[in-house]
Design a protein around this ligand. Structure first.
Ligand SMILES: [Zn+2]
Length: 59
């Protein structure tokens, strides 16, 4: 993960929270002190199955 402002790789994680639809992380760049957050989605097989079922219903 790189800083979106200065592209530095000296980024530390301030807070990590697991949510139902992914992992939310607050990050801070140690070079320019910009704080930003990332939201990482985890794709699981059960989610794929859920999407398939929704598509089946549309037919
Ligand atoms: Zn930075």
């Amino acid at each position: 993960m790189k800083c979106p402002i200065c592209k530095s790789e000296n980024v530390r994680v301030l807070d990590k929270r697991n949510r139902t639809k992914g992992i939310y992380r607050r990050r801070e760049c140690e070079d320019c002190l910009t704080r930003f957050s990332t939201h990482e989605f985890v794709v699981t097989k059960s989610l794929d199955k859920h999407l398939l079922e929704m598509m089946e219903r549309r037919k």
